[in-house]
Design a protein around this ligand. Structure first.
Ligand code: OXD
Ligand code: MN
Length: 591
């Protein structure tokens, strides 16, 4: 039975705040979460009893459950996400803005009695390794047991968090599913108050406040003020056959392959190589006393996209999710084995993500929702980096930008300098995915994959990135990758998944001054031979196409980036404008 009262040692400031929120939201009772296995068991059993979770096949998927969302609440809601700063200009043109006074007044009305008849869970959490100078504490108050059980997997709940929040300030988050009223959905961030209020959604990215809201939107503002980076990035250690591990971060937009790259299993033909995962979604990157970049993963679990994960594409993920996992909006078969598109064989008859009978070849739409997810503890991942819990983080040698582009961008290329690399990130334009509500496949500007997550003016953010030139004598090299190029017949030119290790190997070897490249106007592009594709059987013509730089298409791309930069107004750093001009000049003289 979880605690109904705060334990001894809970700071008075937290007790008082919880009391204040209770008086406003009026829950039936309060549970103080301690993050224990017993508590998780109790919450899960309660949800199974009232139908909020469905137990999956105990033999093949022990201790795994399915949650079905309200069909209108299955993705992040960027249109309902607000940055509430005194000045509109502090939020910038890529964020929705609301004045703090107006936001508080609106939210106060909606919060009044919103938890009536429900339990409020108090979830103190720690982001980052225990004992790390880079870790942070937060507390989420929620009336959603689904959020409570997911939080217990995603972050360190309980004693370590209380210890940390006693020592300093903490981020406060209030979440209520209220009436899931789509017209009153608000995910509001108050950077000056370190406060988040999220109402009328139960979807992970809107409701697990430690994730996008704290670790990215609020943390990015703290990072700007304190001289570090809070990024939408995976972190991996790439081990070569000599046992040397090179740590790399990668910024890719939502549902564009970060989890798959972080959990890559090397192909047979790359004996001796391995990829160790530190993070699949978020990196906090600080400078150490020598000016080197050190990255930690603030999270302790994965809330990642299920479709297209299979034993063929990613056996390590499949192994990991076969126990102690919460699935959201996947399909299942009559013996309650989960299934999603791209997983492979399945019986003719399934139950789709809304619980309706789904017959292969007959029923419309997909059986699993395209943004269906799994939530699993990072400690279950078979190739978790031994450095994952290192309080000092891992040293970063290279940073990658990537995204879904069916054309233009080569498979991989390297920037000429830090400033050119920042331009690469700032110019990121990618196709939208099912991770956010709205149309899928639309090309949009998503600088550094942070468009939905940067908590302040994006031009100031570019400036912040540029400022590392003078802060660090050990800048990582910056690369861009694109495994999503399509051929004329509409099929992928590059097989991706495990084969992406070929690209990672090239990046690691470039950092060691080893792999060959040709200097093109857009950056250093690999020579076909330097990619070591012997083991994978790719036609030479396809490889050449993947590495081709189409100068006219690039000029069009630069024009749209120029227009985007112009739309950002006066704050755009001159250095970035100059980098863009230099790139245009290089392309012009090459043409
Ligand atoms: C996520 C996202 O869930 O980026 O990680 O939407
Ligand atoms: Mn993400």
């Amino acid at each position: 039975m979880p605690d109904k009262e705060p334990r001894n040692g809970v700071p008075q400031s937290l007790i008082e705040w919880v009391g204040e929120v209770c008086r406003l939201t009026k829950p039936r009772d309060v549970v103080w979460c301690d993050g224990s296995n017993e508590e998780l068991r109790y919450l899960v059993d309660g949800m199974v009893a009232d139908g909020a979770l469905i137990k999956l096949n105990e033999r093949s998927y022990p201790n795994c459950y399915l949650h079905r969302s309200d069909p209108n609440d299955v993705a992040r809601s960027e249109e309902a996400t607000f940055i509430c700063t005194a000045e509109r200009d502090d939020a910038g043109p890529t964020n929705n803005w609301m004045a703090p006074g107006e936001a508080h007044a609106k939210l106060r009305g909606l919060l009044d009695g919103c938890m009536a008849g429900r339990t409020m869970y108090v979830i103190p959490y720690l982001l980052g390794p225990v004992g790390s100078p880079y870790s942070q504490a937060g507390v989420e108050l929620t009336d959603s047991p689904y959020v409570a059980v997911n939080m217990e997997i995603m972050v360190k709940v309980g004693a370590a968090a209380l210890e940390r929040l006693k020592a300093g300030s903490f981020v406060r988050g209030i979440h209520s599913v209220a009436r899931l009223d789509q017209g009153n959905k608000y995910i509001c961030h108050f950077p000056d108050e370190k406060l988040i209020v999220s109402l009328n959604s139960n979807y992970g990215g809107n409701a697990l406040l430690s994730k996008k809201c704290h670790s990215l939107r609020l943390a990015s503002v703290m990072a700007r003020d304190e001289g570090w980076l809070a990024e939408h990035m995976l972190i991996i250690g790439v081990e070569d056959p000599n046992g040397t591990v090179t740590y790399v971060t990668g910024a890719f937009p939502s549902a564009s392959g970060k989890t798959n790259l972080a959990m890559l299993k090397p192909p047979e033909y790359m004996k001796g190589w391995n990829v160790w995962a530190v993070s699949d979604d978020i990196a906090w990157v600080h400078l150490d006393s020598e000016g080197a970049f050190r990255a930690i993963n603030p999270e302790s679990g994965f809330f990642a996209v299920a479709p297209n994960t299979s034993l063929k594409t990613n056996p390590r993920i499949m192994e990991m999710v076969r126990r102690n996992t919460i699935f959201t909006n996947v399909a299942f078969s009559s013996d309650r084995t989960p299934w999603w598109e791209g997983m492979g064989e399945h019986p003719r008859k399934l139950w789709d993500w809304q619980g309706k009978v789904w017959i292969a070849g007959k029923s419309p739409g997909s059986a699993a929702h395209p943004n269906s997810r799994f939530t699993t503890s990072i400690l279950q991942y078979p190739s978790l980096s031994p450095e994952y819990g290192n309080p000092n983080g891992v040293p970063i040698t290279a940073m990658i930008f990537g995204g879904r582009r069916s054309e233009l961008l080569p498979l991989v290329y390297e920037s000429f300098s830090w400033e050119h690399g920042v331009l690469m990130g700032a110019m990121l334009r990618v196709e939208t995915t099912a991770a956010a509500s709205g149309e899928v496949g639309v090309l949009r500007n998503d600088p550094m994959a942070m468009k939905p997550f940067c908590g302040y003016h994006i031009a100031d953010y570019f400036n912040h990135w540029l400022s590392f030139r003078s802060k660090s004598g050990k800048l990582p090299k910056i690369f861009q990758i694109n495994p999503f190029r399509l051929g004329r017949d509409g099929s992928f030119l590059w097989p991706g998944y495990s084969h992406n290790l070929i690209v990672l190997k090239w990046i690691v070897e470039r950092c060691r001054g080893k792999a060959e490249a040709v200097e093109t106007p857009i950056g250093y592009v690999p020579t076909p031979a330097s990619l070591n594709t012997e083991g994978m059987n790719i036609p030479e013509a396809t490889l050449n196409e993947l590495l081709h730089v189409d100068k006219d298409a690039w000029m069009d791309e630069l024009e749209s980036s120029r227009l985007f930069f112009e739309s950002l107004g006066e704050k755009l750093p001159e250095a970035l404008r100059l980098e863009l001009e230099k790139l245009m000049d290089r392309l012009r003289s090459a043409a």
